[in-house]
Design a protein around this ligand. Structure first.
Ligand code: FAD
Length: 516
């Protein structure tokens, strides 16, 4: 099987392909019956295969496209490389606020081709870890390129790839998800970008319509605006980042406004005309509908980011009794499908579509499938972060989720406007840490952080939650001064102040008066 099309075919992308789908790869001869056959070599499949092989299992891994899946090739890695460049643009533009006068501000411009080349270089640099050669030579996994398919006629313990049959004791479906493309009249004919193609760009679209205000839409809308595109972000719901804390979304809204992203909420893209199928060359006329009124917007490219659909088609799942729904493969809490010999993990079956969630679900699958484990998905504490500027990170329950489950909470909020390091860094515009505890107790149920470094900071709260450490205890953990994480410790203090009953407060007063 020859390696997939990739664009541009430059040295970085060829190096990437050499790792994740080498042109001269020969699939091995299947080795009898495998302990585990893994379908899909994204994060979920790679972690399952590597972990199981490391414990001595005989493992086959099948990938139809590129090892590393979305995260390495068209997801986290390329997007975060672009965000770094976008962040640098903001730093330069805000330099005057920090007292730095640039010699020729008018001459400052973004070299978009260089930004994209940097991204491709870093992606290739990271790719050896996920490479086919490493999995074969260092980890002892049999790596097959081709489309996997269960086929009852061949046997209910068989996965076929090309004309080869792999027999398994247990199989794992880790086939991931792809961009949903809504059936908007004219969209397909006009041509559009998704996460599969946006990282192939070498020219900056002058006018970009981003459809969908989820994490992918918000991150890329802000980045492309900072690179110089005129960006319109269109979202049907009244709030973007629909699942996030509304206060957090409001802070991000203000930041996108400052960047000059034209945010259209409660707005639908209803039709597209013009453009062509060969990419973002020609103008597209997009009809936007808001409150019953239509408006035509002329753009050069449309980036679709309205959600993810599970890759379940063509796998022959019905034949082996693996039930699916629109959300993906149906699994129980132990990640077992409706066929007790077949498990699933990652985006193909989980509501939390994140690399780290896929990683830890894969670890649970290894325990359960190979070692009679009883690991549960529901026992994982899964934080997440949207890497906009500021970042929005969350772990545990939101206030509305707690209310929906009838759980009463106390909410503690610390704004970064009162944190010394946030002030010196210029990170004091609207960000906050919000922690929910069980009413009257210090058990942490959930937290949201809005800050440039929120993704780094949320781990402290995840650790506390996973270790069963209450908010009051966090107050006694010394945080270096000045750091922005002091905001978390201060919430511990805030909790402890609530413990001070009027009687204890009066007693303290008397002791202090006596010692004066
Ligand atoms: C733009 C973008 C940015 C993102 N940023 C982040 C981020 O910052 N942080 C984060 O945690 N998450 C992020 N994500 C989400 C993250 O990429 C996914 O959660 C993660 O890749 C899921 O891993 P997976 O293994 O389940 O699926 P995938 O990575 O999708 O891997 C599935 C693999 O299965 C293969 N496959 C499918 N069908 C078959 C078949 N029949 N036979 C053989 N192989 C098959 C596919 O080719 C693919 O390689 C981002 C996603 C996108 C799109």
């Amino acid at each position: 099987m020859s390696s997939p099309e990739i664009s541009p075919r430059d040295a970085h992308n060829l190096a990437l392909l050499d790792h994740v789908h080498p042109d001269d790869w020969r699939n091995p001869q299947p080795q009898g019956r495998y302990n585990l056959v893994v379908v899909g070599a994204g994060t979920a499949g790679l972690v399952t295969a590597a972990g199981a092989a490391g414990l001595g299992a005989r493992v086959a891994l099948i990938e139809k496209h590129m090892m590393g899946g979305d995260c390495l090739n068209v997801g986290c890695v390329p997007s975060k490389a672009l965000l770094r460049s976008a962040h640098a643009v903001a730093e330069v533009e805000n330099a005057a606020r920090l007292g730095i006068r640039l010699a020729d501000p008018a001459g400052t411009h973004v070299d978009f081709a260089a930004v994209m080349e940097r991204m491709r270089k870093l992606r290739a640099q990271i790719s050896p870890v996920d490479s086919a050669a490493r999995f074969r030579d260092e980890l002892g996994v049999d790596v097959f390129f081709g489309e996997a398919r269960f086929d009852r006629v061949a046997g209910d313990d068989v996965v076929e790839v090309g004309d080869q049959r792999l027999h398994f004791a247990k199989a794992v479906i880790a086939s991931g998800a792809r961009a949903v493309v809504p059936p908007i009249p004219g969209l397909a004919e006009a041509g559009f970008l998704t996460n599969d193609t946006v990282f192939e760009l070498i020219e900056l679209p002058r006018r970009l319509l981003v459809l969908g205000g989820g994490p992918i839409g918000c991150e890329l809308a802000q980045a492309f605006r900072r690179f110089g595109s005129e960006v319109t972000l269109v979202e049907m719901a009244p709030q973007f980042l629909g699942r996030e804390d509304p206060d957090a979304a409001a802070v991000l809204r203000a930041s996108l406004d400052r960047d000059g992203v034209d945010v259209r909420l409660e707005t639908a893209l209803t039709a597209v005309e013009g453009g062509n199928l060969d990419g973002p060359g020609a103008e597209r006329r997009a009809t936007l509908e808001c409150g019953g009124k239509n408006e035509t917007l002329v753009v050069d490219a449309i980036l679709v980011g309205v959600g993810r659909a599970p890759n379940i088609e063509g796998l022959g799942l019905e034949a082996v009794g693996v039930e699916t729904a629109r959300s993906g493969v149906l699994v129980d809490d132990q990640l077992r499908t409706t066929n007790k010999h077949i498990y699933a993990c990652g985006d193909v079956c989980m509501a939390h579509k994140f690399t780290h969630a896929a990683d830890f679900a894969a670890r649970t699958v290894i325990q359960n499938a190979l070692f009679f484990g009883r690991g549960k998905l529901s026992s994982l504490t899964i934080p997440w972060c949207t890497y906009t500027d500021p970042e929005i990170a969350h772990v545990g329950l939101y206030e509305h989720e707690a209310a929906g489950r009838g759980i009463e909470v106390d909410t503690y909020i610390q704004e970064f406007a009162h944190i010394d390091r946030a002030i010196t860094e210029g990170d004091d515009q609207g960000g906050f840490v919000k922690i929910h505890t069980a009413k009257g107790k210090d058990t942490i149920l959930g937290a949201t952080i809005v800050n440039r470094h929120a993704g780094e900071m949320i781990s402290e709260i995840s650790v506390a939650m996973a270790a069963g450490m209450g908010l009051g205890k966090l107050a006694s953990v010394i945080h270096p001064y000045p750091t922005q994480a002091e905001a978390i410790r201060k919430l511990g203090d805030a909790f402890n102040r609530t413990r001070l009953t009027p009687r204890v407060a009066r007693l303290f007063e008397r002791v202090l008066a006596w010692r004066r």
